[in-house]
Design a protein around this ligand. Structure first.
Ligand code: PMV
Length: 336
């Protein structure tokens, strides 16, 4: 069977990093997606092509002794590929069958910009591979396997990215142990956002580790910051429900200040965040793991041009996308 599955990227409205420690987060899918095509092979080998994941040339990976070896032109193992590799391994183990496959990955969003591409790649790969081998996994199962994959690759990971990429929409999410609690967020008015991004300087894994180390060093201080971010999420949920965008914006600003305090913002991200406010945004913050990557600004229609221009002038890119895109979709399933 040839299967094409797609999964969306995401932005975190409030609560990244704190979500790793059991606090809630508000997260939204976007209408930019990663597409994964899977065609099973009969020779037990895996061939992965990910031409637009910043990988020059075709990446060919072959299994030796049942392991997938990832090689690039430069002999480097790219991080997006480690999610594919691990996702395939975990899925094989779960369904109890291991067959080789051609995997083709394409992305309609910039990779490594903090838009949750690694989760989208993981979700779409797991879904396409299982389906191509004839297994109809439930969404809950796919989300769980994708979360396991992220934990394996990153060391520490919350289920936030993988859950939103699987289910889509605007969600309130928190977890405890292996229990994931997710609710659709009711919103009183549209959430008008401008999303900007800059080159990423650090990986999610390292940023999560940085917060962990800071927490080890100053447990009382960092735990208080994490708890406060949790309170911001609860308050923001109410503000969004009531359609109170002024309050929602202020809460974004506070959230950003605390993320900066945790050491995950950068000079460039701060510049974009402050420029957006100077140009009339109701609020702005980094979105995702930080270390570069994306930022969001809550902006009323009449200020969108000004805020977007400010982001561009400072060297950021503006991504034109709507929030609340569909979760996992099987784009096509063909018998071959
Ligand atoms: O790197 P991103 O944009 O996918 O964001 C990761 C979000 C964190 O809260 C920092 C980590 C996690 O596992 O939730």
């Amino acid at each position: 069977m040839k299967v094409v599955a797609s999964a969306p990227g995401k932005i975190t409205l409030y609560g990244e990093h704190a979500v790793v420690y059991g606090e809630p987060a508000l997260v939204a899918s976007i209408d930019k997606r990663v597409y994964v095509t899977c065609i099973p092979r009969s020779d037990g080998r895996f061939r992965i092509s990910a031409l637009n994941l910043h990988v020059p040339g075709v990446i060919v990976t072959y299994s030796r002794d049942g392991e997938i070896i990832l090689e690039t032109d430069y002999g480097r193992v790219l991080s997006a590929l480690s999610y594919i590799n691990e996702g395939l391994r975990i899925t094989s183990e779960y369904i109890g069958e291991r067959r080789g496959a051609d995997i083709i990955v394409e992305s309609s969003m910039p990779v490594g910009a903090g838009l949750g591409t690694s989760a989208a790649v993981t979700v779409a790969t797991i879904a396409a591979y299982a389906k191509a081998l004839g297994y109809d996994l439930k969404r809950e199962e796919i989300a769980k396997l994708a979360w396991e994959t992220e934990k394996k690759v990153q060391g520490i990971a919350s289920p936030m990215d993988t859950s939103i990429s699987t289910f889509g929409g605007v969600m309130y999410i928190r977890y405890s142990g292996s229990n994931v609690h997710m609710e659709r967020v009711k919103i009183g008015s549209e959430i008008p956002l401008v999303i900007g991004y800059v080159e990423r300087e650090a990986k999610t894994k390292d940023l999560v580790q940085r917060v962990y180390s800071l927490k080890q060093k100053y447990p009382h201080i960092v735990e208080a910051i994490i708890k406060t971010i949790g309170s911001i999420v609860e308050e923001a949920r109410k503000a969004l429900y009531e359609g109170d965008l002024v309050r929602a914006g202020e809460l974004m600003n506070i959230n950003h200040g605390l993320l900066d305090a945790l050491g995950v913002s950068t000079k460039k991200l701060n510049e974009l965040v402050y420029a957006a406010r100077a140009m009339g945004a109701l609020g702005s913050k980094l979105s995702g793991a930080g270390g570069g990557g994306s930022m969001i600004a809550l902006v009323l229609r009449e200020r969108v041009q000004d805020v977007s221009s400010a982001i561009r002038i400072l060297g950021g890119k503006v991504i034109d996308t709507a929030i609340g895109g569909k979760g996992l979709v099987y784009e096509s399933v063909e018998r071959s």
